[in-house]
Each structure stands twice: as C-alpha cells, then as structure tokens.
Design a protein around this ligand. Structure first.
Ligand code: SAH
Length: 409
C-alpha cells in the first residue's frame, strides 16, 4: 500500500507537485482529506507505448528508429484492428524490424496477476500489475445486448470518498493513456477470441468507473478516450457515445471536457442533494459545491447533447430519506439528466450498508413521480469484489488473498 500523506491546508507548493491533483486544479484547494502517496516524489513513468501516441506521433516514433512511416500504420493495424501485440505474429514486417519496433513501441505494460469470474463467466475481473508493481483492476461485463469494460484511470485514488474501497488507500499514481487502453484491448481480445461465454464478440462500451478519478488524470484519460474511440487502425473504434467518464465533480475539468467536442457520456457521482451531507460523502464537495457541479453538468449536457448520468449510492439512513429524494428531484426536474441509483456495496469494515429495498423503492418512486428518469444500477460482480466501489487492488498480499478467496475456479 502506498504510504499516504495528508495534503497540508497551507502547502500549495507541496501540493502542486502532486501528480494529478495539480492538473485537476486541486492543488490550491488545501483539502486535508485529499490523500496521496506521491507528493513531492518523482515517479518513474510507464514505458512509452503505441497506444500513448496519435498516428502522427507513431510515425515520428518509427522515424526515430530509422524506419519508414508506413511501419507505424502496419503496427497500428496489428494492435488496434487485429488486436495483436506479439511482434512474432507480425509477419508482414521483416524479422529484425519486428523485434526492434515491438521492443520500442509495444512494451508489456500490465501483466494479469489474477483473473476472477462470476455470472457463469460473463463477469470477469482482472487484477493487473504495472511495470512498477502498482496494482489496478478492470472488469468485463457481458450482457445480452452489450459488453462493457469498466476501467481504472489511476492506481488508487486521492478523492477519499469514505464509502469507496479505492478511496481508502490514497493515490499511488496516474495511469498512462496506454495503461488505460491496454485494459480495453485485453477485453476486446478476449471477446474476439471467444474466451467469454456467449461466443466471439466485441467490447461495445467503456466506463471509467474502476479505480481512480479520471478527471484528475485529465490528459492521459483524454488520450485514452481518443485511442479507444478513433476508428481502426488509429484506435479501437468504440463509439464515443458508448464511453462514460465518471467524476466526483471536478468542475474546471468538466468544463474543459465539455469544450473538447466529444460526445462521451458524463456521469457525476452526486450521492447527496445537499452540501452538508455531500461534503462528507464526496469530500471534494468542500471545494466545488453541489450547485456548481450541477451547473457544469448542465453546461456539459448543452454542449454535447448528452444526458448526464447522476450517480447516487443508496446508503441506509444516510442519504436515502424521502426529503432528499424530493430535494434531488427539484435539482434535476426538467434537466437533461438520468439518475442511477446504486445499492451501496459495503466495503470491509464500513459502518454503512445498502438502503432497505422498500426505502430505495420509495426514493425511486419520488423521483419518477417528478418526471426524473431513474433506474437502479445492476451490481454485477459483487461476489468477486468487482462491483462499484469495491475495486481496491492492494499490494498487501494477505488482503489480496482474502479478496480472491471466493474464486470459483
Ligand atoms: N472517481 C470516479 C469514478 C470511479 S467510482 C467517480 O467517483 O465517479 C464509480 C462509481 O462507483 C462512482 O459513482 C462511485 O461513487 C461509486 N461507488 C464507489 N464506491 C461505491 C460503493 N461502495 N458502493 C456503491 N457505489 C460506489
């Protein structure tokens, strides 16, 4: 587990060196709760990979190695269209070139350490080990009509939401664009190979709902979104409309995203309609209040034409009161929004638990009665700690064993 330190309320210089937080505009906030394990330290970067680069960057990288530009296109076709990352299979490249380009542009980034499955093999969680020993997790979920990859954008998370397992350990580091793309690539390859029950298929959706706060790793997440959505061979060719970026509500980053000209879906983790409670459940609310977050969300909806998804974890006797449903309905009525109610997945040692089903049903009815579109999130993967908020890969071996004990082998 990364050593966690507290950001000092008056330590902007220290905070500014903190990976991710500075980029998200959090460096000046002085939020003591935003924990991070990397302040002041320079970490080694993940090796450069084809998936970090746009097509022009790939041609430049290949040229640096003394190869003609079309080699970049050949490599891209192998990786993004044929889903091959083994240079030995790239027989249209001369053997020496294969080894050189493969070594330079397709270094192994994430190694699957463990794989867990449930739902008859249609939900699969992978624990990945990065080049520096950091652990992250991704989850593939196959439904009758779609295949969703839930990916991590950071190792750990600095946002410290008290109900979320990842939030408890602080931030280890940002993932590179290629480390994010690799998670989708692995799912796409498993689907193409028919390794997931139901026959060969494609990954149709990507949600940034694994470990980390995607908008605190803005540049790499944006690069990853481009790689995931550009048509092959530039990228994996998944529709922008089928990609969801989920955020605690980093207002400047939401506004920046709205100006990118993309049509990805935005999900806002609201969890409370009032600042008093949201300050506790989503500590970054002390910097950007509920009203500001929702303003940015509505501007995002206006800019993209996309309905914003409002995430609301139902926590028994904490945020599930009828008056909070009514307050939430008032905030959302008439807006381009959709509420996703997520039964809380209690994390180990948590004092909180999921709402009583009857209470959750009333909460839903109150929203629906006011014309607010609302659904209850399916909580796949609960048995393999793969459901929302349970991704908490840890370098602590005993914890890992506990988490993986339930493996249906
Ligand atoms: N940092 C981003 C994305 C990761 S979490 C964000 O906060 O949006 C994806 C979703 O799962 C968020 O809505 C998050 O609040 C929710 N979540 C986290 N822990 C949870 C838990 N224990 N039970 C239910 N939902 C949880």
């Amino acid at each position: 587990m990364a050593e966690a330190i507290e950001l000092l309320p008056h330590g902007p210089a220290e905070a500014a060196r903190t990976e991710g937080l500075a980029e998200a505009g959090l460096a000046e906030t002085g939020l003591a709760e935003m924990r991070t394990g990397v302040a002041g330290k320079r970490r080694a970067r993940p090796p450069r990979h084809l998936a970090d680069l746009d097509p022009a960057g790939r041609r430049a990288a290949v040229a640096e190695l003394g190869q003609p530009g079309y080699r970049a296109d050949q490599l891209s076709r192998h990786y993004f269209a044929r889903l091959t990352d083994d240079p030995a299979e790239m027989t249209d490249l001369p053997a020496g070139v294969r080894a050189e380009l493969g070594g330079a542009l397709l270094p192994p980034l994430l190694t699957a350490e463990r794989e867990l499955e449930c739902d008859d093999g249609t939900t699969r969680k992978t624990l990945w080990r990065a080049f520096d020993g950091a652990f992250v997790e991704s989850v593939l979920m196959r439904y009758p009509d779609r295949v969703t990859m839930c990916v991590s954008s950071q190792a750990g998370c600095g946002m410290a939401c008290p109900f979320c397992a990842t939030g408890q350990g602080g931030l280890t580091r940002n993932l590179s664009a290629a480390e994010i793309v690799t998670q989708v690539f692995a799912g796409a390859r498993a689907m193409a190979a028919g390794a997931v029950p139901g026959g060969p298929g494609r990954v149709s959706n990507v949600v940034f709902m694994g470990m980390g706060e995607p908008l605190a790793n803005y540049r790499n997440v944006l690069d990853a979104v481009r790689r995931i959505t550009e048509p092959a061979p530039a990228g994996l060719g998944i529709s922008q409309r089928s990609v969801t970026v989920s955020t605690v509500g980093l207002v400047p980053a939401i506004r920046k995203l709205a100006a990118e000209g993309l049509s990805v879906r935005l999900a806002v983790s609201l969890h409370a309609p009032d600042d008093e409670l949201r300050d506790e459940l989503v500590p970054v609310n002390r910097r950007w209040k509920t009203a500001e977050v929702l303003d940015a969300a509505w501007d995002y909806a206006a800019a993209t034409g996309r309905r914003v998804s409002i995430e609301y974890a139902m926590i028994r006797d904490i945020n599930d009161h009828a008056w909070r449903a009514d307050r939430l309905a008032s905030l959302l009525a008439g807006r381009l929004a959709h509420v996703n109610l997520i039964p809380l997945n209690p994390t180990p040692g948590s004092k909180w638990t999921a709402s009583d089903p009857a209470v959750a049903a009333e909460f839903l009815d109150r929203l629906a009665a006011r014309g607010v579109p609302v659904t209850v999130r399916d909580t796949r993967g609960t048995q393999i700690d793969g459901a929302c908020g349970q991704l908490a890969a840890s370098t602590d071996e005993s914890k890992q064993r506990a988490s993986y004990r339930s493996t249906p082998s």
